[in-house]
Ligand binder design. Structure first.
Ligand code: NAD
Ligand code: UDP
Length: 351
């Protein structure tokens, strides 16, 4: 049983990936400062015994701490090796992700997303652990690039958050360039992960007002919010609303298993950047209508002005992931809407 360190494992993408890792029988060490999540996600995972296993308690360990704290990170690696479970892979989800906050608090975003990541890599190296999967984002692509976006499409983030992601990608690329015989690194550029685990017991649990469309939509459906405000109705798309590449959270989680498998099987390329998307675009109105139809409810919405620096159409070219990782998204927009609402209905206030 290999041990995987999952930073930010209590968060939205982290906890779903932990579920996918459990299914693949990895031993998991989660570290999280809980700045944007709750320990309840992990407690629930253990108490639900989702996989009906007796040993789940010994398969997951959670440690509360901050990736910026080098001594904390050292203690995590030390503890793991003392117990005979040397950390073999690191999935690095911990980070700050609000685009609007990144503009207001750039120092904090660089401190956590960039400096925090560098410290983590430093401690990994000290411990001879060099297998790293990084959560990057489609936000690194230039606004001028036309979809489908390929990994070699031009890059030009339009906010601090995007710059921190690109800075880490570049740092990682340099690291592999200089120390190729050690590092095996995969940067995954996520498109728009939405939905929830089909059990309805795990999902996105925003602590504040959601910035993203899908969690906001779910909160309107559960009457926590009055209506959905759609940003613009005159975009150059078939129905005038923006198009994105929504991907089911469990497909995204499984993409991480594929990345680990790639490293495990020898990683022909020591450094890779790979899109995780479906390759399909869905407009805001299509998403709202699908959500209404699948779940048999009505969403009150109103068009308002465009959001600053928004982009009409963004979707991935997912072919590289298919070719290199042998991974592709299996679930569709109906599954995303059904599973997302199931979670929201069962957990209107989150975990
Ligand atoms: P999330 O906020 O739910 O999870 C991130 C987790 O990291 C949280 O549990 C938070 O408490 C933890 N964390 C933050 N700062 C930390 C620190 N200094 N030390 C330790 N833990 C810390 O976000 P998510 O949606 O699960 O995103 C995970 C990763 O994927 C992030 O790096 C994010 O930038 C990236 N990403 C997310 C999306 C998306 O749409 N959700 C898209 C592209 C990329
Ligand atoms: N959007 C919207 N209302 C909201 C949130 C988002 O109309 O309350 C739109 C937004 O303009 C974009 C799409 O929904 O076209 C997806 O937005 P999100 O922030 O979820 O993802 P991103 O734009 O970062 O891809």
């Amino acid at each position: 049983m290999d041990t995987v360190l999952v930073t930010g494992g209590a968060g939205f993408i982290g906890i779903h990936t932990v579920i996918a890792l459990l299914e693949k029988k990895y031993r998991i060490l989660i570290i999280d400062s809980l700045i944007n999540s709750s320990k309840k996600s992990i407690e629930r995972l253990i108490s639900k015994n989702l996989l009906k296993k007796e040993s789940i308690n010994s398969q997951i360990i959670f440690i509360n701490g901050d990736i910026r704290d080098v001594n904390f990170l050292r203690s995590v690696f030390k503890k793991a090796s003392k117990s005979g479970h040397i950390i073999k892979y690191v999935l690095h989800f911990a980070g700050l992700k609000s685009i609007s906050d990144s503009i207001l608090f750039p120092d904090e975003y660089w401190e956590v997303n960039v400096i925090g990541t560098k410290r983590l890599l430093k401690v990994m190296k000290e411990n001879n652990c060099h297998n790293f999967v990084f959560s990057s984002s489609a936000t690194v692509y230039s606004l001028d690039e036309k979809s489908p976006l390929k990994e070699n499409s031009s890059l030009s983030p339009n906010n601090q958050y995007g710059y921190t992601k690109l800075a880490v990608e570049k740092f990682l690329e340099g690291l592999v360039h200089d120390q190729e015989r050690f590092w095996r690194i995969v940067c995954l550029r996520y498109f728009n992960p939405i939905g929830a685990h089909p059990s309805g017991d795990f999902g996105e649990s925003p602590l504040n007002t959601p910035n993203n469309l899908f969690p906001y939509l779910c909160q309107v459906a559960s009457k926590k919010r009055k209506k959905l405000y759609i940003f613009g109705q005159n975009w150059p798309t078939s129905d005038g609303t923006c198009i994105r590449d929504y991907i089911h959270i469990m497909d995204l989680a499984e993409g991480h298993i594929a990345a680990i498998d790639y490293i495990k099987s020898g990683a022909k390329e020591p450094f890779l950047i790979i899109n995780l998307g479906t390759g399909l675009g869905t407009s805001v109105l299509e998403l709202v209508k699908t959500f209404e139809n699948v779940n048999n409810l009505r969403i009150d919405y109103e068009f308002i002005e465009r959001r600053e620096k928004d982009k009409a159409i963004v979707y991935a070219d997912p072919n590289f992931a298919k070719r290199i990782l042998n991974w592709e998204a299996k679930r569709n927009i109906f599954d995303m809407c059904k599973d997302g609402w199931n979670w929201q209905k069962k957990n209107p206030d989150g975990y």
